[in-house]
Design a protein around this ligand. Structure first.
Ligand code: ADE
Ligand code: ZN
Length: 335
């Protein structure tokens, strides 16, 4: 099973580039930029990686991102993720970035996007990984800040495929961002949103109704609402599930409680992703493996999840078809 998971071609659709910041690279870049981290060593920092909820994680995540200053830093961060993705047979990735985490500290929007974009371009030519960029608004900040951020993104419309919504979910419902999403859609962006990670099912419904999302990020609390489960299946609304994240942030008590197998049984377009792999103990293959172990996933389930990752992607329909066929061929050869 381990080899089957490792070698199956797959897409990653829920990855915060700032969440792929490994402690070793964080210390290296901090030193390069003359910034003193709150922690004395990589080991001390890693000791902090124990979280009771999303907010406890976000506090450390934003602090780590604070050492990213120059375009080269964003390039190095993205390149390190791409090398890992390549090792794990990710052939397509759609990554999130949080511009406000950086612009709030006085870093230019262009510094952030150019560093990430150049690394992704190198990922295409050197590693054969195709990619898309999704810009997330921080939902704990005001709508007016999100509107400013959308305006900063307009010159980069050709390299940012979609806008999303992340950060502290509870208390920051989708309707807070209805107008900025409407404007983003008018400007030609696709939309996605984190919903139902910690927040109620109402946030999933309203992400679909008000924000017109093409995918729901996480969405695991959909399991609490039968009508919503039916709606997700009927509309084939993708869910980007992140098993280790949900476990480490205690969105589920134990991996056995993750509703991933149920989603597949109910014909919901669920996918497996790593969210913030440097913080949660694993990249995409470790996420597949952890879910497979706890939920007794079969090779057929794994192949279905890999197939779903391409179906749910923002690739063009011809490429999607070709990738889905690759997964099917892989399954037939290796089942
Ligand atoms: N930002 C980075 N990871 C996140 C997550 N799992 N939920 C919300 N915001 C995030
Ligand atoms: Zn996320």
């Amino acid at each position: 099973m381990k080899n089957f998971i490792n070698n199956i071609p797959k897409a990653e659709l829920h990855l915060h580039i700032e969440g792929s910041f490994e402690p070793e690279l964080m210390f290296k870049i901090a030193q390069r930029n003359g910034i003193k981290l709150k922690y004395n060593s990589v080991e001390d920092l890693k000791k902090e990686y124990s979280f009771n909820n999303l907010q406890e994680f976000l506090d450390i995540y934003y602090e780590g991102a604070g050492v990213l200053i120059n375009e080269q830093d964003f390039y190095d961060l993205t390149w390190a993720y791409l090398e890992k993705a390549h090792e794990q047979n990710i052939v397509h990735t759609e990554i999130f970035f949080d511009p406000q985490t950086h612009t709030e500290r006085g870093i230019e929007f262009s510094t952030v996007i150019n560093g990430i974009h150049k690394a992704l371009e190198a990922g295409k030519t050197k590693l054969g990984i195709s990619s898309k960029i999704i810009m997330c608004f921080l939902r704990h900040l005001d709508e007016s800040e999100a509107i400013k951020t959308l305006e900063q993104a307009l010159p980069y419309k050709d390299i940012i495929v979609a806008v999303g919504l992340d950060s502290s979910e509870v208390g920051h419902p989708p309707n807070k961002f209805e107008r900025v999403f409407e404007k983003a859609i008018r400007k030609g962006f696709l939309t996605v949103a984190h919903a139902g990670e910690e927040g109620p099912t109402e946030y999933i419904w309203n992400s679909m109704k008000l924000l017109k999302v093409a995918r729901i990020d996480h969405g695991i609390r959909a399991i609490e609402d039968d009508e919503l489960m039916k709606q997700l299946a009927t509309t084939q609304m993708p869910l980007t599930v992140c098993p280790l994240s949900n476990l480490k942030l205690k969105a589920v008590k134990k991996m056995e409680d993750l509703p991933l197998k149920v989603f597949l049984e109910k014909d919901i377009l669920a996918t497996v992703n790593s969210d913030d792999p440097a913080f949660f103990g694993g990249y995409i293959n470790e996420n597949f493996q952890a879910a497979a172990d706890a939920l007794a996933l079969t090779k057929e389930d794994i192949a279905k999840l890999a197939e779903n990752s391409f179906r749910a992607s923002f690739l063009d329909s011809e490429t999607k078809r070709a990738r889905v066929n690759e997964v099917k061929e892989y399954y037939e050869k290796n089942k």
